[in-house]
Design a protein around this ligand. Structure first.
Ligand code: GAL
Length: 756
């Protein structure tokens, strides 16, 4: 039963499902809140009147408890009216839905345990010991708890006390989103309408898809009407509609296939099921993918960053990214002494002793022709002069990452041609170290051990480098990482030495358990551990890009450069929902002045493709327009671009999205300026990025739920007019408009352009 509610309620929580009629009691109010831990706080008799009141629609850091890690309790008194039960179409179970909790919860009703991390606790279960050993991605897991209608833990028509014991082992904490409510369960709760177990398939000029209906009840037969309909997203014109009566026996599962023509924008597909006997209805929608980026030509074309840097005497690695038919031959004139180019792979490596700016003429040739480009190699103290582009294991594999998965990603860079567009880093996130429950964590000298999933880090680093790619790793300044693995506290120099010996080029350094070490919440305490690792990295015999991860606390953008950071996270963790993308992406305003070559604001990793934060993945829940918004905004923001999906499962749409060289060039522009939010006009926002050539790249974004015909006045946006305008996604000219242009922007979508 738990699984059933998990899926159905997620639909409600994501705002893409609807379920009509039937009363429910909202719990979205201020709850009583206290930090610490005491079993007596589960009891209805405990007097919490002196506790603070806290909202449950945001993490506790955003409600005044910043930073706070560890235990805390939420309590709410609520009368559960018998009318809920009496008016319900189904009268077997009560659902207490608590939204999402960061990270772990024990939930009590009237002093008795009813749920643990999203799983119902049966009446006889009084306690639990597995509680804090669940995966960290439980912060994104809905908590639906159900009780039989006659469960003695419910006090019908009387006051009930819901108490939630939360444990946050690092980073953000608390009951934070998804809505909280109480209602009786419904027949439609037993229906799993799964439209996202696989993405749309591209078949010639058509798209096809399979959706699955499943009856998760062991007792009820579902009998009702299933409808699939499609409308053109921009015009609203109906494209097709299909209805059929569908009866599903308990446990029965049925697939439904449909196909439709590919369009040059999305179609909105609605799936609905109405139960005949009760008229309970569930409806969800998705949107079809559409391709914009033209396929790369057979002729060579050199793409990616036009500037790269290394410190004197440190290993240098740069692979010339070029699209076009293979075999291809590379040449480089004007390489500084100490560097060597492999003409067959385009890999430039070596070391340069002498500081200076070197201008190198690159050439790539194949049977169809040749392409030239200039590359500036800067040998000096600053590195990471354009935002890092790469892959990181977290948003897909979470703590389930292993060596094979990392190698597979690196190979896919080459096999699917991602390298030809500038994708470079292959970064392991949390989960490579020894877990807090295992021994030994370090050797006798204190050198950090890897766990069984990473038998030989040096071998892994070597094979990544052999492909012309760079290697990234993860640690925390505290004793433990956020996932509960060994971290670098009091071993910083040793760990930096290990990383360098393994060939690491990039370190993500995540605050996590340092919250328990910091003496107070002063600015000095926020900076302290980052100075320590900066100094340790400076002693290493390699350049290691330094990525600070502390969720934007204490306005890190103001001091990230001072502690040696090349990039710093500006917010909490992202997830693959529009709410998360919108909140994070469109809030990057205050930090704008602090981005520059060598220092980047990091609004977190990309959430396109197959993601999952653990062993089982799903196609991103973002619509295609939301994904265009994501990549456009991150490119304009000069944000690090770290793909967070399983690269082996890159579908045609996602590959197309990640390989648009004109869009990537905006992100990699050598001037290194972050876009400014210049217009907020209702649901429309315009973000403009100044480019090195004096032109502007800009995005007109529609954050609303309807297509908008928007007239952009260039002067109002601070953009020059009377010059040629280019549609960057479609890589085509939009002519030379006068003082304004009217654009149809789909809901949650964007037009990304450049003006010379
Ligand atoms: C979080 C961090 C994530 C990921 C995770 C690993 O704090 O924000 O990006 O690194 O820890 O446990």
């Amino acid at each position: 039963m738990r699984k059933l509610f998990y899926s159905v309620l997620m639909l409600v929580a994501w705002g893409c499902g609807s379920n009509h009629i039937l009363p429910e009691l909202s719990l979205q109010t201020e709850w009583k809140f206290n930090t610490g831990d005491d079993p007596a706080w589960a009891s209805p008799d405990f007097n919490d009147s002196a506790w603070k009141s806290l909202p449950v629609d945001r993490i506790w850091e955003s409600a005044g408890f910043d930073p706070y890690d560890g235990y805390a309790w939420y309590r709410l008194r609520v009368v559960i009216p018998g009318s809920l039960r009496d008016k319900a179409s189904l009268s077997d179970s009560l659902l207490i839905y608590l939204g999402k909790i960061n990270n772990f919860d024990h939930t009590y009703l009237n002093g008795q345990l009813i749920g643990i991390n999203g799983t119902n606790a049966p009446p006889e279960q009084a306690s639990d010991t597995t509680f804090i050993h669940a995966p960290t991605n439980y912060w994104d897991k809905p908590r639906p708890y159900t009780l039989a209608v006659n469960d003695p833990r419910i006090r019908w028509d009387e006051e009930n006390l819901i108490a939630v014991r939360v444990f946050d082992q690092g980073g953000q904490g608390g009951m934070h989103s998804g809505g909280q409510f109480i209602r009786m369960t419904r027949l439609t709760d037993y229906l799993k309408l799964d439209n996202n177990h696989s993405p749309y398939r591209f078949e010639g000029k058509e798209l096809s898809k399979t959706v699955t209906l499943m009856n998760r009840s062991t007792a009820y037969t579902l009998d009702g009407e299933f409808e699939i309909s499609a409308i053109d997203k921009l015009t609203g014109k109906q494209l097709f509609q299909r209805e059929e009566m569908v009866t599903l026996k308990p446990g029965e599962l049925r697939d439904f296939d449909f196909r439709l023509a590919q369009l040059d924008q999305s179609a909105i597909i609605t799936y609905s099921y109405e139960v005949s006997s009760t008229s309970d209805e569930i409806a969800i929608t998705d949107e079809t993918p559409y391709i914009t980026t033209p396929l790369p030509a057979d002729e060579p074309r050199i793409n990616g960053a036009r500037v790269t840097a290394a410190r004197p005497g440190k290993p240098f690695l740069f692979t010339v990214p070029a699209t076009g038919l293979r075999p291809m031959v590379f040449e480089a004139a004007g390489l500084p002494e100490g560097l060597h180019l492999d003409p067959n792979t385009g890999i430039i490596s070596g070391t340069v002793a002498q500081s200076g700016d070197y201008t190198v003429a690159l050439k790539a040739s194949n049977a169809r022709g040749s392409s030239i480009a200039e590359l500036k190699i800067v040998i000096g103290n600053r590195i990471c002069l354009t935002p890092p582009m790469g892959w990181n294991s977290w948003n897909c594999w979470g703590l389930a990452v292993d060596e094979q998965k990392v190698i597979a990603s690196a190979r896919t860079y080459r096999d699917k041609g991602l390298m030809n567009h500038g994708w470079t880093y292959v970064n392991i996130d949390d989960g490579w170290e020894i877990h807090q429950d295992s021994m030994p964590k370090r050797d006798k000298q204190g050198n950090i051990h890897t766990n069984y999933k990473f038998p030989d880090m040096k071998r892994l680093g070597d094979s990544i480098h052999a492909l012309g790619l760079k290697f990234g790793i993860y640690s925390s300044p505290g004793p433990l990482t956020c996932g509960g693995y060994t971290a670098s506290y009091q071993h910083e120099e040793q760990d930096a030495r290990s990383f360098a010996a393994w060939g690491v080029d990039y370190l993500k350094y995540d605050w996590c358990s340092y919250g328990n070490i910091a003496k107070d919440t002063s600015l000095a305490e926020h900076k302290k551990p980052y100075f320590v690792m900066r100094d340790a990295l400076a002693k290493a015999d390699r350049d290691i890009v330094y990525s600070l991860c502390q969720y934007g606390m204490a306005k890190v953008w103001q001091w990230g450069d001072e502690v040696g950071g090349n990039l710093w996270r500006t917010t909490g963790d992202i997830t693959d929902t529009w709410e998360s993308l919108k909140t994070i992406g469109f809030s990057q305003v205050e930090n704008q002045p602090y981005a520059k070559p060598g220092n980047w604001n990091d609004p977190d990793m990309l959430i396109v493709g197959w993601v999952g934060w653990g062993p089982s993945l799903h196609p991103t829940r973002l619509t295609p327009d939301e994904q265009y918004t994501h990549i456009s905004l991150w490119s304009l923001l000069a944000a690090p671009l770290l793909i967070g999906c399983d690269l082996e499962r890159l579908d045609e749409f996602t590959l197309n999205l990640l390989t648009n060289d004109e869009v990537i060039a905006v992100n990699q522009d050598p001037l290194g300026v972050q876009a400014k939010q210049v217009i907020v006009d209702g649901d429309i926002q315009v973000w403009v990025k100044l480019l090195e050539d004096g032109g502007h790249a800009f995005g007109v974004f529609n954050l609303g739920d309807k297509t908008v015909d928007y007239t952009l006045e260039f002067q109002k946006a601070g953009i020059g007019q009377g010059r040629e305008l280019r549609d960057l996604w479609r890589q085509k000219s939009l002519g030379t408009p006068g003082s304004s242009i009217t654009l149809a922007i789909p809901s949650h979508g964007v037009m990304m352009m450049k003006i010379k």
